[in-house]
Design a protein around this ligand. Structure first.
Ligand code: NAD
Length: 318
């Protein structure tokens, strides 16, 4: 199989490229590095089956030769990134998704959209099954991401219905692991960076808001199963094990043997209070289940961050 991975130099994309190569596929990674750097894929560059093109997918996505699968991951993903890049986020979610779908249609390739739990907004239903339509503020600051992804879902569904593209949607819940950008503003990288530097660990609100945390290896396994399946989705991919942000901070502090104190800071607007996937559909359709214990994932991530502290002192802001 020859796969195109948009956003392939990002956190999840780099793990996906690695998995595709490990399972004997060739990969064209297309990324404009707006929220990443080539460091994440440096170890893949010598593989003759891997090619990287630094391109903005909103400018079009023509590719020569056959393509069997298009994985569309390109999009700023962390709140800090999409709030800094609101128009770029809307553009890649709309025009970028359009171009990626056109590529799949032209090549007769399968297509996978990586949508998000943020499609559910600040949910009024808990946990969130795929049948829940969500609770999104269309003019709030987070709308640039939530609504771009919701548009992408509508577009993907229309291509499936109208143009017969074998297009699929997964809704990814919070995923973590090695190669996250320490300054991307998400809770786990922020807490680990603060813990390793001995700085106060900043928990927003009263820390009672919850997230469910899926290790990246499990998530990539779900992406591979989805692209190989006959289902269109949307299918939730995430770990239903839910913890509060305060518990997470305490866990990271303990695992990294940090002297840092935990402090409470104001919570951002529209920050969802609860987040937990219902994954019955993924279990049923894909026989998928996250199997990596969160503690193991946190240890691996802390190890990776420690290594990078030694080498570049976190100088990775693009
Ligand atoms: P990331 O920021 O690490 O990776 C996204 C990549 O997309 C980056 O390499 C960035 O440079 C690239 N990109 C952005 N705009 C582009 C454009 N116009 N042209 C080409 N490349 C572009 O984020 P991630 O965490 O790896 O997320 C990957 C995908 O998964 C995103 O679509 C995100 O919405 C989705 N997702 C992630 C999570 C999570 O917990 N990490 C949760 C839900 C959904």
């Amino acid at each position: 199989m020859r796969a195109v991975v948009t956003g392939g130099a990002g956190f999840i994309g780099s793990h996906l490229c690695e998995r595709l190569l490990a399972t004997d596929h060739s990969v064209l990674c297309v990324d404009n590095l707006v929220t990443s750097s080539e460091d994440t894929i440096a170890h893949l560059m010598d593989d003759p089956r891997f090619r990287f093109e630094c391109r903005d997918v909103t400018a079009g996505l023509s590719v020569s030769g056959p393509v069997d699968a298009v994985f569309h991951l390109a999009s700023p993903a962390s709140p800090a990134d999409y709030l800094r890049l609101p128009l770029e986020t809307l553009r890649v979610g709309s025009a970028g998704t359009w171009h990626a779908l056109d590529l799949a249609a032209d090549k007769g390739a399968r297509f996978l959209l990586t949508s998000t739990s943020e499609s559910y907004g600040d949910p009024q239903v808990h946990p969130q099954p795929e049948s829940y339509w969500g609770h999104v503020n269309p003019v709030g600051p987070r709308a640039v991401y939530d609504e771009a992804k919701r548009f992408g879902e509508a577009l993907t569904t229309a291509y499936r219905r109208e143009r017969g593209v074998d297009a699929k949607i997964v809704r990814i819940f919070n995923t973590f692991g090695p190669r996250m950008r320490p300054d991307d503003g998400r809770a786990i990288p922020t807490f680990i960076r603060q813990a390793l530097r001995g700085e106060p660990i900043t928990v927003t609100g009263d820390g009672s808001q919850t997230r469910s945390l899926c290790y990246v290896d499990d998530l990539v396994d779900g992406l591979m199963r989805m692209i190989g399946s006959s289902h269109g989705g949307p299918v939730n991919l995430g770990n239903p094990h839910e913890i509060t942000m305060l518990e997470l901070a305490q866990w990271i502090s303990k695992l990294s043997e940090s002297p840092s104190e935990i402090v409470l800071v104001p919570r951002p607007q529209d920050d969802p209070g609860k987040r937990r996937p219902a994954i019955a559909l993924a279990r049923e359709l894909l026989d998928w289940n996250p199997t990596t214990p969160v503690e193991h994932g946190l240890r691996e991530t802390i190890k990776d961050f420690r290594r990078r502290i030694d080498f570049d002192d976190f100088g990775t802001t693009p």
